[in-house]
Design a protein around this ligand. Sequence first.
Ligand SMILES: [Zn+2]
Length: 52
Amino acid sequence: MAKNRVTTHLACTQCKERNYTQVVGKKRAVGALALKKFCSRCRKHTDHKETK
Ligand SMILES: [Zn+2]
């Protein structure tokens, strides 16, 4: 049951730091998502892109 889940990371597009992890269903395409999130390295809100 747990096998159709995959962990993805949300990486800052400016410094490439991976700030967030999330678990999503495998059927969802990875890389489509881009969110504004707080980056602790940039110390501001930046675009974060989903990566593996
Ligand atoms: Zn950053």
